[in-house]
Design a protein around this ligand. Structure first.
Ligand SMILES: Cc1cc2nc3c(=O)[nH]c(=O)nc-3n(C[C@H](O)[C@H](O)[C@H](O)COP(=O)(O)OP(=O)(O)OC[C@H]3O[C@@H](n4cnc5c(N)ncnc54)[C@H](O)[C@@H]3O)c2cc1C
Length: 335
């Protein structure tokens, strides 16, 4: 796609970022994919998806932090977020990036932060998902998961990316070692070299299905594996629907997971059919790089944003997340 390199370059371009985050126009455009800047915006968005019969996973946007204080500030925001979810009685778990909790500064710091988050989540019957980042972090993220499990923590799960050659083996190893393994399976969002990752969609889909079948088969059922099928790809959704129909009767635990604001037609279809669906809802003031990555993914996303901009200008609203309206319903724009 022609615009992809442009948006990926813009995602790390600080001058453009400064202009975008200061302008109400930039924030308005981002509202297509980001719930808002504050925890209140995020809670409103969760309420909106819950009202549609969907669950949520809340992500406080941000990646690598520079110092310990910043990592602890991210942890504190997640603690507030877990309290907010419990207090408002909304149905959402949380997704965290290990680099935002200080992994680059030391595994122990990151582990301590996560242990505190898991304890708070556990008190409210909640769950922490470790997002998966670029391949430089795959080993460390899986190691952190296993070290948390070794400490007896069970309300934590991982993400595996089907574009990586290693993924099926990782799934097998984790399933063999840990009962109650919870995996979000996705294609993977980073630029990875061909030595370690499939580049073509047929291979990526094949790996997705193979790993997905492993994580929703008889053995997975016996080990209490929970699988999240995270994709908007109509072919994989078709496969997933079939797998869900067959294996949920057999006793496997499977849900679909999709991103806030993306393919709402498919989201509605799954919810209408009573298939469990969780919406990944990002929020926070670090929305700019996330927004640029979504624009880089597809030409259609640029069109959605431009169309919503026209709608919004006609309606006179300018706040990030505003289109969710009072109900916080994702989907007012571009349907
Ligand atoms: C809930 C969730 C959590 C994720 N967590 C992670 C993570 O932790 N780490 C990570 O690396 N990646 C993560 N991802 C991103 C993922 O790896 C992919 O980059 C992303 O989902 C795009 O792949 P896809 O299979 O959804 O669809 P694609 O391969 O992008 O597209 C396949 C088809 O889906 C449809 N489609 C997709 N997007 C759109 C759109 N915006 N508008 C219209 N049609 C569209 C089109 O028909 C397209 O042809 C996550 C994705 C989801 C859904």
């Amino acid at each position: 796609m022609l615009l992809r390199p442009l948006f990926l370059a813009l995602s790390s371009q600080s001058t453009v970022r400064d202009i975008a985050v200061r302008s109400s126009l930039g924030r308005l455009m981002a509202s297509r994919f980001v719930a808002g800047e504050s925890l209140e915006d995020a809670i409103a968005a969760i309420r909106g998806v819950n009202a549609l019969g969907m669950l949520a996973s809340l992500d406080y946007l941000g990646e690598n932090v520079e110092d310990e204080a910043a990592a602890r500030a991210v942890r504190d925001e997640y603690l507030r977020l877990l309290d907010g979810i419990a207090e408002h009685g909304v149905r959402s778990n949380v997704s965290v990036k290990v680099t935002a909790l200080g992994l680059d500064l030391g595994v122990e710091l990151c582990l301590d932060n996560l242990e505190e988050l898991c304890a708070r989540a556990s008190a409210g019957g909640n769950f922490i998902r470790l997002d998966m980042e670029g391949s430089d972090y795959t080993d460390a993220t899986l190691e952190i998961y296993e070290r948390l499990r070794e400490r007896g923590i069970e309300n934590v799960g991982v993400v595996l990316q089907s574009y990586l050659h290693r993924t099926e083996a990782d799934a097998r190893r984790l399933m063999d070692r840990w009962d109650g393994l919870s995996v979000r399976l996705c294609k993977g969002a980073y630029q990875e070299p061909r030595e370690i990752a499939w580049q073509g969609m047929p291979e990526i889909r094949k790996s997705f299905i193979k790993t997905g079948e492993l994580l929703s088969g008889d053995e997975a059922k016996a080990r209490g594996v929970r699988l999240g099928i995270a994709t908007h790809d109509p072919r994989l959704i078709r496969w997933g629907r079939g797998r869900y129909a067959e294996r949920s009767i057999a006793g496997n635990t499977i849900e679909f997971q999709m991103l806030f604001g993306i393919r709402r037609d498919i989201q509605d279809g799954l919810a209408k059919d009573g298939i469990p669906l969780r919406i990944y809802i990002p929020y926070g003031d670090a929305w700019y790089p996330y927004f640029m990555r979504r624009l880089a993914e597809r030409n259609e996303n640029v069109m959605f944003v431009l169309r919503s901009l026209v709608d919004e200008l006609q309606g006179g609203s300018t706040r990030v997340g505003r289109r969710g309206g009072r109900s916080g319903r994702q989907g007012a724009v571009g349907r």
